[in-house]
Design a binder for this molecule. Structure first.
Ligand code: PHE
Length: 347
């Protein structure tokens, strides 16, 4: 009898120790439970099978003890499972905890490239004056880039631009002026357009020239358009981009597709006209080429040059940006050095 109660006490002890030492998770507790309570392989389960070997007069009390042990163990394991459940939840909370007072990771905010910023500003200014915006092409035919712009094959003005030819017919656009022809072929006057994004290519490479750069082309065609309209419009444009006090000066020049042709200078916004390093002491800085559209160009596009006249201009976007942001080498605009690009953030 005492041997038997020792055995029962031993099992209780084993269960309590097992719980203490091995039950670290619900899964481990479940495994431990099976070792005792599984009806076939568990230690208590097996005791039930011993019944038949026990003397009949003891059987009832043995059965009662086994049942008590079983109930006690079930109770203990149910409690253990609850504890494990709570513990696992606690651990999960700990793991998933968010500290809302923790300083956020700093995020770097990018900005648009200076050329894109300049182009957007230019487009804004001209859109504000009622210009529609059309796209330019990077590959043009000889006809659109030159011939239709009154620059036939042997014209000396072809030497003004060092052209990358792709074939006798196709070339990399050397200027955005082809957009004038494309526009006038599609639309009848009145026309008021600026063309962008304006990638153009010339075999030219130094501190102020890059083999690829950008232009913004403008074209107005209507009745009675004169150079005065150009001057008035450009004054508004330079004031919006370079400040209230800015003004323009027109100097005679030559382009085959405009007659008369002009180079346009803006008054130096650095020194206000008295002369400084930026304007090389002259008080003026050249910013674009322009002119009254040559009647031959209008005629090439089927527009009656006696009824209509036009003006056109081409702004170098890099040049406009270099002046506005005080950049002295065009390469800085193409090197993608963040130390430079981060400093220029206008929009
Ligand atoms: N296409 C000329 C150039 O690239 C600029 C220009 C455009 C001049 C329109 C007059 C009119 O130099």
């Amino acid at each position: 009898m005492s041997e038997r109660s020792d055995r029962f006490a031993g099992i209780r002890q084993e269960i309590l120790e097992g719980m203490e030492q091995r039950a670290e998770s619900r899964a481990a507790a479940f495994e431990l439970r099976k070792q005792f309570l599984d009806s076939k392989t568990g230690k208590i389960g097996q005791m039930m099978k011993e019944m038949k070997n026990i003397a009949p007069e003891e059987r009832a009390s043995f059965g009662k003890s086994v049942n008590e042990l079983k109930e006690w163990a079930q109770q203990k394991f149910a409690e253990l499972d609850e504890r494990m459940k709570a513990r696992e939840l606690r651990l999960r909370y700990e793991l998933e905890k968010i500290d809302v007072t923790m300083p956020a990771e700093e995020r770097e905010v990018g900005n648009l490239h200076p050329i894109t910023q300049m182009r957007n500003q230019l487009i804004d200014v001209f859109a504000g004056m009622g210009f529609e915006v059309v796209e330019t092409k990077e590959i043009e035919t000889d006809y659109y880039n030159f011939t239709a712009l009154n620059t036939p094959q042997d014209h000396p003005a072809r030497d003004m631009q060092d052209t990358f030819y792709l074939s006798p017919e196709f070339l990399l656009a050397t200027q955005t002026s082809a957009a004038q022809i494309h526009t006038m072929e599609k639309k009848k006057p009145p026309i008021k357009m600026v063309a962008a994004p304006g990638k153009v290519f010339r075999s030219d490479d130094d501190a102020t020239h890059s083999p690829m750069f950008h232009q913004l082309e403008g074209l107005v065609v209507d009745k009675k358009i004169t150079l005065c309209d150009l001057k008035g419009m450009l004054d508004v444009f330079v004031q919006k981009i370079y400040g209230e006090g800015a003004t323009t000066r027109l100097r005679p020049s030559y382009f085959p597709f405009t007659e008369p042709s002009v180079e346009v200078d803006v008054s130096c916004f650095e020194c206000g006209g008295s002369g400084c390093k930026l304007c090389k002491g002259t008080g003026w800085i050249e910013i674009l080429g322009a002119g009254v559209v040559n009647r031959k160009v209008l005629e090439n596009c089927g527009i009656d040059a006696d009824e209509y006249s036009g003006l056109a201009f081409g702004i170098g976007i890099e040049r406009a940006a270099m002046l506005k942001y005080g950049i002295n080498n065009i390469k800085l605009l193409f090197e993608s050095d963040l130390r430079v690009l981060k400093q220029i953030n206008d929009n």
